[in-house]
Design a protein around this ligand. Structure first.
Ligand code: PEP
Ligand code: MG
Length: 588
């Protein structure tokens, strides 16, 4: 067995602690028949498992209500009502009466129901597939007497390292942050939803470990290093000490960097760079405002939805947006409308699509559900009374989408006026450039919007046709590929010609070498994770925009991503002479 497991660094920090292995997947069920004489016993066994699952869900719901809130806990009521469904229970018992063992009968019925739900014409029904899956796993675990792996079942202060295949939304809401100190997953990459969420929660994380769940056992001691992306199994005393020293060193460096908070991000040749923060959860806003960020360049509103059974209403959204706007006291706050879909799903998920990243997500879903979208637009118009709110539409590929959104924004304003609710009459509107279509067609978009913000996480995925969440493709996910650099350059040029602001809010901006490249491509506004604000600021204050331009020119004409990286690395090293800048950048 390997002692060092290498994955992708997803959220910085070093933790030494016991593994808590969480397997939340439908177990395989053998086809077992029972004799006539055993049928009543099987029916009783099934009813008992349902009763225990019911009790368990009530307990989990109570705990989640106390820690995360009643909205987050509502999914467990939904799951309990599924267990109470007479049709479902009768179908299982009918199969048992045809001599199928209880677990097989339940398995067969649940598979049928999940398929039926997934294909249902009503989106509300399709959204419940994930809940059915949770119920499927929970009852089978009881019927088959498998170890119960509820993530909330850890003692407080356990300091455990949660190791799981992937962190689904329903698992996420159950995370007890007093018990879990770090996260490690088989799946995912630094730009996938679990990594973004871990950074927001400030939990060190390593993702894309591929087979950590088969290599590790609960109780094993490991060191998780979220900065290098490694997991060290059964560390020696000397190793533990070395890691603890590194953790202290990182804390000292971070404190030093924070002293830059009040300084400007100006290059040595006088180019002013606007540095904004990415905020994923409203609770992060106050801390992000202390980082020295000049406003928010991306607030990912879908994290208000992920892990919830129902969409947040206008009032709740208004409060969330107003909190962020107030924390930034008048500085610009760019709020992105719901980017649900892909790997960011509410509990229950949306219909399982063959290609979710090419599917019904983001602006597409919002425009197809105008009533849902207008709730958000109304909340944003109201929050704008508290400061400088700008809205940004995700995954736009065509100007029609911008026009349709603008019509809905107007309707939202009319609706608020009719209700007599105070609100801003309209809002500054921008779009994300996340697809080759948006970058190549940026000139058509620029005519209709106030700003363009390049979402490199998706732009890289769609340009290179590399799934951003697929750990097997991590080495092929190369943001410095010259084709990506050229699309960013094209967007910057369109911005300059049309007088429209261009910023970058994807992960590239948070990584020093890539931030250097972005400045070289002409980008003057970067939005980065709050922890990266001082790090990127220090870099900006050390480089010259002219040298960055030369480096970016060379990178854009390089034949490969590796060659482009070399070009950038050499010039950055020659300019700043400090190897610390040459790391791709501390994650998060
Ligand atoms: C992006 O695609 O770069 C982006 C910032 O959006 P998200 O990571 O939320 O898809
Ligand atoms: Mg995106």
């Amino acid at each position: 067995m390997e002692r060092v497991l290498a994955g992708s660094p997803a959220s910085p920090g070093i933790v030494v602690g016991p593994v808590h292995l969480l397997r939340w997947e439908v177990p395989e069920v053998r086809h077992t028949l029972v004799a006539d004489s055993e049928i009543e016993g099987e029916v009783a066994r099934f009813r008992d498992a349902v009763r225990r699952a019911h009790e368990r869900l009530a307990q989990v719901g109570e705990r989640v209500a106390a820690t995360a809130g009643p909205e987050e806990a509502a999914i467990f009521d939904v799951q309990r009502s599924m267990l109470e469904d007479a049709e479902l229970r009768n179908a299982v018992e009918a199969l048992v009466r045809q001599n199928l063992a209880a677990e097989k009968a339940f398995d067969v019925v649940m598979l049928e129901w999940r398929q039926h739900f997934a294909r249902h014409a009503q989106p509300m029904v399709r959204e419940r597939v994930g809940d059915l899956t949770d119920v499927h796993i929970r009852v089978l675990t009881l019927l088959m007497d498998l170890p119960d792996h509820d993530p909330v079942d850890l003692p407080k202060g356990a300091g455990a390292i949660l190791v799981t295949h992937d962190l689904t939304p329903s698992l996420t809401v159950q995370l007890d942050r007093d018990a879990i100190a770090a996260i490690a997953t088989d799946a995912g990459t630094r730009t996938s939803h679990v990594a973004i969420l871990a950074r927001s929660l400030g939990l060190p994380a390593v993702v894309g470990l591929r087979d950590a769940t088969t290599q590790l056992r609960s109780g094993d001691t490991v060191v998780l290093d979220g900065t290098s992306g490694q997991l060290v199994l059964k560390p020696t005393q000397a190793e533990v000490q070395a890691y603890r020293r590194r953790a202290q060193q990182e804390a000292v460096e971070e404190a030093e960097l924070l002293r830059l908070a009040t300084e400007d991000a100006v290059t040595v040749d006088g180019e002013r760079i606007t540095l904004r923060a990415n905020v994923d959860l409203p609770e992060e806003a106050e801390a992000a405002a202390q980082s020295g960020a000049d406003g928010v360049g991306l607030m990912r509103t879908e994290f208000l939805v992920v892990g919830r059974a129902t969409m947040p209403d206008e009032e709740e959204q208004y409060r969330a947006y107003a909190r962020v706007v107030e924390a930034f006291g008048g500085r610009p706050v760019v709020i992105r409308t719901f980017d649900i879909g892909g790997d960011k799903l509410p509990v229950g998920g949306f219909p399982s699509e063959p290609n979710p990243f090419l599917g019904w997500r983001a602006i597409r879903m919002c425009l197809d559900q105008p009533e849902l979208f207008k709730v958000q637009l109304r909340a944003l118009l109201r929050a704008a009374l508290h400061g400088d709110v700008r809205i940004m539409l995700p995954l736009v590929v065509s100007v029609d989408e911008v026009r349709a959104a603008r019509v809905l924004l107007h309707e939202a304003s009319v609706e608020l006026a009719a209700r007599g609710v105070p609100h801003a009459p309209t809002l500054v509107l921008g779009v994300m450039v996340e697809t080759p279509a948006a970058a190549v067609g940026a000139d058509t978009l620029a005519g209709e919007v106030s700003f363009l913000s390049v979402g490199t996480n998706d732009l890289v995925q769609y340009t290179l046709a590399v799934d951003r969440g697929n750990a097997n493709l991590a080495s092929r996910y190369t943001p410095l590929h010259p084709a990506v650099l050229r699309l960013i350059r094209r967007t910057v040029e369109v911005g300059a010609q049309s007088g429209v602001d261009v910023s970058v809010c994807g992960e590239m901006a948070s990584q020093t070498l890539m931030a250097f490249a972005l400045v070289g491509l002409g980008v003057r506004t970067l939005s980065v994770s709050p922890r990266s604000v001082p790090l990127v600021k220090r870099l900006m204050r050390a480089i010259s925009a002219a040298i960055a331009r030369e480096a970016a020119e060379a990178a854009m004409t390089a034949p490969t991503a590796v060659a482009a990286e070399q070009q950038l690395r050499q010039r950055l090293y020659a300019a700043v002479g400090d190897a610390a800048y040459l790391h791709a950048g501390l994650p998060g």
